[in-house]
Design a protein around this ligand. Structure first.
Ligand SMILES: Nc1nc2c(c(=O)[nH]1)N[C@H]1C(S)=C(S)[C@@H](COP(=O)(O)OP(=O)(O)OC[C@H]3O[C@@H](n4cnc5c(=O)[nH]c(N)nc54)[C@H](O)[C@@H]3O)O[C@H]1N2
Ligand SMILES: Nc1nc2c(c(=O)[nH]1)N[C@H]1C(S)=C(S)[C@@H](COP(=O)(O)OP(=O)(O)OC[C@H]3O[C@@H](n4cnc5c(=O)[nH]c(N)nc54)[C@H](O)[C@@H]3O)O[C@H]1N2
Ligand SMILES: [Mo]
Length: 673
């Protein structure tokens, strides 16, 4: 529970809840017999979890009415036969972000050795737009800062993120920053109470009195951040706040950005984002007064058709102020899953970087650099078109993470064999089941006999102790399962399977292959946890070819609702972890149920609606009947809970990052008669 600066305690309620979940007793054969698939299909995500840990392999074939137990040997044979029947071109490998570096690395080695590049992870539904944008800006796809930088900043901008619920440890940093007389600017269409005031549990002063979080709270229209960031940049420039020396010496591309900022009129920018000239000026002045600024964001910026451009537009502000490559300054994508960044770093991506690919060739003789594999959404499209013969899913809940829920269910059903490596049952196992479906039970990371590593959003690699399984049964480590499959699908003698089951050996290989991971080779001999070399920038020399940071013009998107349309975003509450909903109540937003649409009072009035009225929310994709919840959200915008609202989310993705536009949906609201 110490943070990476070694400070104690940093308690995160959700991680405690997840661990408590892992401790639940196992599902028995008896309970499987009592729950036919038709019954499982009616259970909620929490009820499915509540059935307990999966403790032996399960199978359901096309005409089966129940999941049933299957011996490990049979399960592995079935899995490898299914993969082989499909062949390397017609499969995909997906990973969520909870697995260890070791398991994720091995999965991609095996998949590539077998001949596929269709290897992807949940970041394609999460932060991939950040990775794409940051690579364009400074040549590296992760945060430019280390945790310590937050302690030196005197301004934080938090755009499109709700850390009070989703990243409570960051709130501690914001509270500390304000105690040092720093400022916090929030950019969010919805007034999130936890971003106005918050009680930090690990800080008695804050716990007793509460802490103010935001100095300025800007509430733009959903999907209008490019207009707002451009307006802020315009105000900074007009007020003489651009750092000309920095721009001249350490960046390129300013001329085009400056031109577009000058050409766009105040009226058009204000109209697009809905924020007044006065409020923009006030925020810009805080930016100009600040010496060291950190700009951070999460899904409120990435989940758009223009997700990549959102981050480009935000980065332009950092570059114009000289806030990149200096202590206490920089850009921070606030990550989702605990190891989603590590999973990507160790190669779970359809598109390996050249240096990584060259090492794969040198060390394993795997030619991986040539063709690109399918992204997550492309894999789903291929499944929908009947072009996927088998899918291998290392954790997660791919089904319920998708836009257009019924389409996603139909797509998964067309796959002849789905193979899930999971801890507990979720909706995906039931509704996202292929014609035959195998579920292989895994040990959670903190139950593994061997140590594992993971990478934080600050590019810091940590070693986890492991431990003992909390349930009795036939669980296996993720690495062991992947190695067992590899033995069956790859030519005999190609790899030393015993070595590939050793996490230490895997770490040595990662250290040889993944740029910046070299110190991992020494971590088992008392070597320290470490920052990945070449990722964070404390001097204005970047990882681009010319060593400069790059401005890019972010065009204003065309996302405007018709006469009776709203902009709808889908979001999470405190009481869920992604697709698994633990609590109906959303404490911070005052909702006691989840089948609600949050809307502004004036919009409700305009439609003759009141809190509690039943309405239909309708999009191109679907319709849901929900209850009106009046919220402090910019007029013209709506918010609903994910994953339920995925029924309404169209299948549109950002062309640069492949990320579905979960937060730019056009919707109509009609009273239920
Ligand atoms: N308790 C808990 N913690 C979690 C998770 C969880 O489910 N539960 N999930 C984890 C994962 S995988 C992730 S990715 C993160 C997600 O963390 P967040 O990104 O914080 O989560 P979301 O609820 O998807 O959306 C965040 C905010 O974006 C705002 N927003 C929506 N659209 C826009 C927009 O157009 N512009 C702006 N400026 N803001 C907008 C919403 O109002 C909301 O406050 O959290 C991680 N942590
Ligand atoms: N409309 C809408 N859709 C969204 C989003 C949104 O904001 N709005 N958010 C998107 C985002 S940011 C994300 S990250 C995705 C979520 O995508 P996923 O990561 O695919 O989904 P999760 O719900 O986090 O997966 C939870 C499951 O992981 C398994 N699991 C838990 N721990 C372990 C472990 O240690 N090992 C293994 N092998 N399995 C484990 C359990 O079976 C659990 O049920 O959803 C995306 N979809
Ligand atoms: Mo995420």
């Amino acid at each position: 529970m110490v943070n990476e600066a070694g400070r104690f305690p940093e308690v995160c309620k959700k991680s405690l809840q997840a661990q408590a979940g892992d401790m639940a007793g196992p599902i028995t054969e008896e309970s499987l017999r009592q729950h036919p698939l038709t019954h499982l299909a009616r259970l909620s995500s929490a009820q499915l979890e509540g059935l307990g840990r999966i403790a032996f392999p399960l199978i359901a074939e096309e005409d089966d009415t129940h999941f049933r137990r299957i011996p490990w040997e049979d399960a592995l044979e079935r899995a490898s036969a299914g993969l082989q029947a499909a062949g390397p071109q017609e499969v995909f490998f997906y990973s969520s972000g909870r697995s260890s570096n070791e398991a994720a690395f091995l999965m991609q080695v095996v998949a590539r050795a077998w001949g596929t590049q269709n290897i992807n992870n949940c970041s394609y539904y999460c932060h991939n737009a950040s990775g794409v944008a940051l690579t364009r800006v400074y040549g590296s796809g992760t945060a430019s800062i280390a945790l310590e930088d937050l302690e030196e900043a005197d301004l934080a901008v938090v755009a499109g993120a709700n850390p009070a619920s989703n990243h409570p440890r960051l709130i501690t940093q914001l509270v500390n920053l304000r105690r040092r007389r720093g400022k916090v600017i929030i950019v969010n269409p919805l007034r999130e109470l936890g971003l106005v005031r918050f009680r930090v549990p690990s800080d008695w002063r804050s716990l007793v009195f509460g802490s103010t979080i935001s100095d300025v709270y800007l509430q733009p229209h959903v999907g209008s951040d490019i207009a707002l960031f451009t307006a802020l940049l315009k105000a900074v420039v007009e007020s003489g706040g651009a750092d000309d020396y920095y721009i001249d010496n350490y960046t390129i591309g300013w001329d085009a950005v400056e031109r577009s900022v000058t050409e766009l009129s105040w009226a058009s920018l204000i109209e697009a984002c809905g924020i007044s000239r006065h409020d923009i000026q006030h925020a810009a002045e805080i930016m100009i007064e600040a010496k060291r600024g950190i700009l951070c964001w999460a899904m409120g910026l990435t989940h758009h058709l223009h997700g990549t451009d959102n981050i480009i537009a935000l980065s332009n502000i950092a570059l114009a102020r000289g806030w990149l490559g200096r202590p206490g300054c920089g850009l921070l994508p606030i990550r989702g899953h605990s190891n989603v960044q590590g999973v990507g770093s160790v190669g779970v991506t359809p598109n390996l970087k050249a240096a990584f690919a060259a090492k794969m060739e040198e060390i394993y003789g795997i030619a991986a650099g040539k063709e690109k594999g399918m992204t997550t959404f492309e894999s789903m499209q291929a499944a929908a078109e009947g072009r996927v013969g088998a899918a291998f899913m290392l954790g997660g809940n791919l089904f319920a993470s998708n836009p257009d829920r019924y389409w996603a269910a139909a797509a998964m059903k067309r796959i002849p064999l789905t193979i899930y490596l999971s801890t507990k049952l979720n909706e995906g196992h039931v509704h996202g089941r292929g014609r035959t479906s195998l579920i292989l039970p895994v040990l959670a990371r903190d139950e593994e006999a061997q140590t594992t590593t993971q990478e934080s959003m600050f590019n810091f690699v940590r070693l986890s102790e492991g431990g003992t399984p909390v349930v009795e049964g036939n669980l296996r480590s993720e690495v062991d399962i992947i190695a067992s499959l590899a033995e069956r699908i790859l030519p005999r003698g190609r790899f030393d399977w015993a070595a590939l089951r050793s996490h230490r050996h895997l770490r040595e290989q990662i250290a040889r292959i993944v740029p910046g991971y070299e110190p991992l080779a020494r971590i088992d001999e008392g070597g320290a946890e470490f920052h990945i070399e070449g990722r964070s920038f404390h001097e204005p020399r970047f990882a681009t070819v010319d060593r400069k940071a790059h401005f890019h013009v972010a065009p204003l998107p065309d996302f405007s609702p018709g006469a009776d349309e709203f902009r709808l975003m889908t979001l999470r509450s405190e009481g869920q972890f992604n697709t698994v909903v633990y609590e109906e109540e959303d404490l911070y937003r005052g909702n006691t149920r989840r089948d609600v649409v949050m809307m502004a009072e004036e919009d409700a009035c305009g439609l003759g609606l009141q809190e509690g009225d039943r309405v239909h929310v309708r999009t191109d994709t679907g319709v849901l009947e929900v209850t009106v919840s009046v919220a402090d959200i910019r007029s013209g915008n709506l918010a609903m809970y994910y994953p339920e609202a995925n029924v309404l989310v169209p299948r549109r993705v950002d062309e640069h990052s492949g990320t579905p536009a979960f937060k730019s949906v056009l919707a109509r609201v009609v009273r239920v008669t």
